[in-house]
Design a binder for this molecule. Structure first.
Ligand SMILES: Nc1ncnc2c1ncn2[C@@H]1O[C@H](COP(=O)(O)OP(=O)(O)OP(=O)(O)O)[C@@H](O)[C@H]1O
Ligand SMILES: [Mg+2]
Length: 257
């Protein structure tokens, strides 16, 4: 495949998007030759904790500082687009928290109310600007369809829709896929069934959705404990959850046809 895999993890609130984004980033970074960028596109910032990486500067901070520098106030009102992109590049390089081949970027939260649209538009530029330096970009999206609808996810190649066993979970996933078909150019989409508690859960989901199920993960008591204790998922011991994500990485991310 040419170009990076840009994968967005979407779904209803609380279905496990952040946990799956963190674990998927971890397993993709197990190959030291591959560079992975994890983006927390949810202003509620949970992925940083899950990956135990610091949030030094956010996309919102970069946007504010670029605006300051490029407006007349900063004396740079006449600068052309190339100069702006060079400045953006420089600031992004500074903002990435990196551990070996795993980098992290958080979108942050605008201080002024009502700025999410512009921040989301800027996030789209940031994704376009940084993705080429990585083999895999994993985006932990906010719940629902807003970012897909606003074309923030325009450049994604893979849409990973997460659901639990609930009917509502899969209906939300289907709605997101519908919107994404119109608003983004993804080439692969799949449904991941999370928090499986019963043997019949996955077949029941499969029987009642037009989406292709590409993986599943059981309700994992160790994940519950890690969550209670606020531990990074980079330290999650080997077990069924990591196995499920490795399988997903192999079949959906690397070998998707
Ligand atoms: N397979 C699982 N087994 C046990 N607990 C899980 C599993 N998947 C997720 N969880 C737990 O479910 C809760 C929600 O997970 P997570 O924060 O990853 O969901 P989310 O979709 O990112 O939520 P939000 O929409 O609020 O961002 C967390 O407490 C997490 O630890
Ligand atoms: Mg989340």
């Amino acid at each position: 495949m040419s170009g990076p895999v840009i994968l967005s993890v979407c779904g209803k609130g609380g279905v496990g998007k952040t946990s799956i984004s963190a674990l998927l980033s971890r397993v993709l970074a197990e190959d030291p030759k591959k560079r992975v960028l994890a983006i927390d596109a949810d202003p509620a910032v949970g992925l940083a904790t899950a990956l135990d990486l610091p949030v030094a500067r956010t996309v919102d901070d970069i946007r504010n500082s670029l605006i300051d520098r490029l407006t007349d106030k900063g004396g740079g009102g006449g600068r052309d687009k190339a100069a702006v992109l060079a400045e953006l590049d420089y600031q992004l390089a500074e903002a990435l928290a990196e551990r070996d081949n795993l980098a992290f970027l958080a979108v942050g939260r605008p201080e002024t109310d009502g700025c999410y649209c512009r921040l989301n538009a800027f996030l789209k530029e940031v994704i376009a600007q940084t993705a080429g330096r990585f083999d895999y970009v994993v985006i932990d999206g906010e719940a629902g369809i807003e970012q897909v609808n606003r074309r923030v996810m325009e450049r994604i190649t893979h849409l990973l829709l997460v659901t639990d066993a609930s009917v509502k979970g899969r209906r939300v996933a289907e709605t997101i896929e519908d919107v994404a078909r119109k608003m983004t150019g993804f080439s692969h989409a799949g449904l991941f069934v999370n928090q499986v508690r019963d043997q019949g859960d996955v077949p029941a989901v499969m029987a009642d959705t037009r989406l292709t199920v590409v993986g599943s993960m059981a309700d994992d008591p160790v994940l519950h404990r890690f969550d209670r204790e606020g531990q990074s998922l980079l330290g999650l011991p080997e077990g069924p959850s990591l196995d499920a994500l490795r399988l997903l990485a192999d079949t959906f991310v690397r070998n998707a046809t």
